[in-house]
Design a protein around this ligand. Structure first.
Ligand SMILES: C[S@@+](CC[C@H](N)C(=O)[O-])C[C@H]1O[C@@H](n2cnc3c(N)ncnc32)[C@H](O)[C@@H]1O
Length: 176
């Protein structure tokens, strides 16, 4: 991984999601795309069983220095086992050629913006314990919830209006 890749500095999206991580996450928790570890740290308030994952090695090293159990992985590639709660604040913006390369990994979800989230929603299914739940942050720029969350039961927990977009925290679980 290029050592110039930046670690995502927590923003409104991070803070909105962490409010619900603190409220709900318990048992065995996975924090996908941990960045500075903000969601993992919120989960650690309720449980000791937290695994943080990031594709960015710098973020993984940063999390480890904070005593967070962390591994480098492209989504679930190196993740073993199942979890009670899985959290993801994904990169969700559509590709923008003007976005600096060092921040693209943390912000750009693909050409349309939802590609990483959709891949996550496919791969996550094999990693949820029975009754396991997902907390995910999405933007109005990411797409319509009913299209993104096909195959899942979902509920919007809170929406916040920002300058150019609305961000929302969703609670998801697999349809049985
Ligand atoms: C919007 S940031 C969120 C960071 C942090 N969780 C927060 O709430 O502030 C997205 C994070 O996902 C990571 N990421 C991007 N693509 C990934 C992938 N394919 N697998 C794992 N992590 C990824 C980025 O490196 C970045 O740390």
């Amino acid at each position: 991984m290029d050592s110039k890749i930046m670690i995502y500095e927590p923003e409104e999206d991070s803070f909105l999601l962490s409010k619900y991580v603190r409220k709900y996450a318990q048992g065995k928790v996975l924090d996908m795309g941990t960045g500075t570890g903000i969601q993992a740290i919120a989960a650690l308030e309720n449980t000791e069983e937290v695994l943080a994952v990031d594709i960015n090695e710098e973020a993984v090293e940063y999390a480890k220095k904070k005593n967070i159990n962390a591994i480098q992985s492209d989504l679930f590639e190196n993740v073993e086992g199942k979890f009670d709660w899985i959290i993801f604040n994904p990169p969700y913006l559509p590709k923008d050629e003007d976005e600096p390369e060092d921040s693209r990994l943390a912000t750009t979800g693909g050409e349309k913006g939802n590609e990483i989230l959709l891949r996550f929603l496919e791969e996550v299914k094999g990693h949820l314990n029975f009754g396991g739940k997902i907390l995910v942050l999405v933007s109005s720029l990411t797409g319509e919830p009913e299209k993104l969350f096909k195959g899942y039961e979902y509920k919007c927990l809170e929406t916040e209006n920002l300058f150019m977009e609305k961000i929302s925290v969703f609670l998801l679980y697999e349809k049985v």
